[in-house]
Design a protein. Structure first.
Length: 291
């Protein structure tokens, strides 16, 4: 496996977020000049020498065993997603030359499936959370992605930069931070990708939130959950989502949103689908929970 500077940066950020108490490390003597654990403390918890761990953080071209990596992950209290990201960074050396890769295409059968579940919002997401396809309900619920310029048909970009998205998601900060974490994982799997670098650069220029989240090296891989919305036409909704990986194309995912049968959210989706929302009174100003 190759080594990369990003791998070392990730270890350093993960080390900085832990206190000795959190990690179960014996308190070292002397004043602390840096936040979090010291390198020697991580090394001791991992069962390796300080010199060896230092070389890991410095991005040296060394080849740690899986047992060592597992020990480092335990010492740094990495969750499953963070550990997978660490392995991606190590395996896919970021110093390799980037290339745009093949053009992302959606199989005709998958487009047919999107239409078949037309009563619920569904979309196909590709690399970087590019919106490759979506049904009518997805475009009504979120935005009309096909009408956007090709370079802007990206779910993460839309969530972070479009003011309407910030109004739509009642827990916008949580949703946006998770989107950034998913993008970070994509970078680990496909380092130095030109399109990804362009997207990261654009988001960093225009969003202070993105800059903070990106610097924290947070990763996220939640494939299911609940999202709370305040739609400008049909009001409040609470939807469950499932994100399904596609075996024939691991870089594509099918995401489907649904509401509990008989719930107000289900009624709101029906109203949105049939276009009867024009008769609904003007909703209250959009609200968002920042907690």
């Amino acid at each position: 496996m190759g080594q990369s500077a990003e791998f070392g940066k990730f270890l350093k950020v993960m080390r900085a977020r832990l206190s000795p108490e959190d990690a179960g490390a014996q308190e070292s003597s002397g004043a602390r000049r840096v936040p979090g654990l010291r390198r020697e403390e991580v090394a001791r918890l991992s069962g390796v020498s300080t010199d060896y761990y230092t070389r890991l953080e410095q991005g040296r071209n060394i080849h740690p065993s899986k047992a060592v990596l597992d020990s480092v992950a335990r010492a740094l209290r990495l969750d499953a997603g963070e550990q997978a990201h660490m392995m991606d960074l190590l395996e896919h050396c970021a110093s390799s030359a980037g290339n745009p890769g093949p053009v992302q295409k959606v199989r005709p059968g998958l487009r047919q499936l999107l239409d078949a579940v037309g009563d619920v919002p569904a979309m196909v997401l590709g690399r970087r959370a590019d919106v490759l396809a979506g049904n009518r309900m997805a475009h009504l619920l979120f935005t009309d992605f096909p009408s956007l310029p090709a370079g802007e048909r990206n779910l993460t970009r839309w969530i972070i930069l479009d003011p309407l998205a910030e109004q739509l998601f009642r827990d916008w900060k949580t949703v946006a931070a998770e989107a950034v974490g998913a993008l970070r994982m994509d970078v680990g799997r496909h380092p130095n990708d030109p399109q990804t670098n362009q997207l990261v650069g654009e988001l960093a220029v225009h969003s202070e939130h993105f800059r903070q989240w990106w610097a924290g090296h947070r990763v996220a891989s939640r494939s299911a959950g609940t999202v709370r919305l305040h739609h400008p036409i049909v009001g409040d909704l609470e939807l469950n989502f499932e994100t399904l990986s596609l075996p024939d194309d691991p870089d594509q995912m099918l995401r489907i949103y649904s509401a509990k049968a008989g719930s107000p959210s289900s009624d709101a989706l029906t109203l949105l689908s049939f276009g009867e929302a024009a008769a609904v009174p003007e909703p209250e100003p959009a609200r968002r929970d920042d907690s």
